[in-house]
Design a protein around this ligand. Structure first.
Ligand code: NAD
Ligand code: UDP
Length: 330
């Protein structure tokens, strides 16, 4: 199968390329390198022993994107490309709406023109919005999002629903990721956020390596067993495998799946596990809650198991070990 992977040199895209390559797929990568490095391409070739066709193109440039479809007989598209920093999206909403929405619309218009109608979209648990309970089930529908980044995900889901309603020959899979963390066990690819990280796992690594002094834990007065926030952390390799399964088991129509472990982990549990597995110290202090944070958010992953035959295999220990291995290598 010929698969176009947009954003394929980014964190989740690169790990997915590795898993797709195991299945003898022909993979075409498109990325504008806004948030990734060209060296990742060499690393992918080193890990897989395969060569990939790469286009350093921006999805905002329709002519360029069209060339990719002109030159390759693409069967399906996995669309990772987009901006993803929650805080930045609050400061620069137009930049987020422009890039995330326009790039997706360009891509879908060109897919339609070339009659390529298999599409997998990277959505997020953030579309569930504020809920009474921590568990997220696909049947719950979307809630009110709390930042422009999340709103782009909700809006794209809606666009895909309208597209499918207008033409039911599309096969669209919407994957709602929980908290992707960890790295490839080779230590060659992983997450490399620019500047001071916003997310928990990259921040823990900066503190453990002495690049930052102390982790601020945002609140210990939540109604959770130890008072700190609970999330569903998923190893990026498990997540990548979810995409292979989603492609293999793609059903006619438009389908949503949670990709998460189903297990809620608290901030303190994460810190303690990281320290124990890697034999390092993570200095932390408790500070005020962060605006917009939920107490608890975790997946009901049973639909993905039932319909895609996918579930997470890696443990929290694997996540902590692989993330630290990548940090040390880089
Ligand atoms: P990433 O930033 O590492 O990868 C995205 C890639 O897309 C980057 O390599 C970037 O250069 C590229 N890109 C951005 N805009 C582009 C454009 N206009 N044209 C071409 N390339 C472009 O992010 P990631 O963590 O790998 O996330 C992948 C997808 O999954 C994103 O859509 C993200 O919103 C979604 N997602 C991520 C998380 C997470 O926590 N990492 C959670 C839920 C959903
Ligand atoms: N968190 C924290 N300190 C940090 C970053 C995150 O205590 O420096 C907490 C945050 O409040 C949440 C959990 O860690 O409970 C995961 O946060 P992250 O930003 O990684 O993911 P999200 O909140 O988007 O699910």
């Amino acid at each position: 199968m010929k698969i176009l992977v947009t954003g394929g040199l980014g964190f989740i895209g690169s790990h997915t390329v590795v898993e797709l390559a195991k299945e003898n797929n022909e993979i075409i990568i498109l990325d504008n390198l806004y948030n990734s490095k060209i060296e990742v391409l060499d690393k992918l070739e080193k890990i897989t022993g395969k060569k990939f066709k790469f286009y350093k193109y921006d999805l905002l440039n329709k002519e360029d994107v069209e060339k990719v479809f002109e030159e390759n007989e693409i069967d399906s598209v996995i669309h990772f490309a987009g901006y993803k920093a929650v805080g930045e999206s609050v400061e620069k909403p137009l930049m987020y709406y422009s890039n995330n929405l326009m790039s997706t619309l360009n891509l879908l218009n060109i897919m339609k023109k070339y009659n390529v109608k298999k599409f997998i979209f990277s959505s997020s648990a953030t579309v569930y919005g504020n809920k009474e309970t921590g568990i997220c089930i696909e049947t719950m529908g979307r809630g009110e999002t709390s930042n422009p980044y999340g709103t782009t995900k909700s809006m794209i889901e809606k666009i895909l629903e309208d597209l499918y309603a207008s033409d039911n020959t599309w096969n669209i899979t919407i994957l709602r990721y929980f908290n992707p963390v960890g790295a490839h066990e080779s230590g060659l690819i992983g997450e490399e956020p620019n500047g001071i990280p916003n997310n928990l796992m990259p921040y823990i690594m900066k503190v453990a390596s002495g690049k930052l002094e102390v982790l601020s834990i945002f609140g210990d007065d939540y109604p959770t067993p130890d008072g700190t926030g609970i999330r569903d952390y998923i190893h990026v390799v498990d997540l990548a495998k979810g995409h292979v399964k989603a492609l293999e088991n793609m059903k006619q129509g438009l389908n949503y799946y949670n990709l998460g472990s189903g297990k809620g982990i608290s901030v303190l549990e994460m810190v303690k596990t990281f320290e124990k597995v890697n034999n390092v110290k993570v200095n932390y202090k408790i500070v005020e809650r962060r605006a917009g944070d939920l107490a608890e958010c975790y997946a009901d992953p049973s639909k993905a198991l039932r319909e895609l035959n996918w579930k997470t295999e890696k443990s929290l220990e694997d996540i902590c070990r692989d993330a630290w291995n990548f940090e040390k290598n880089n």
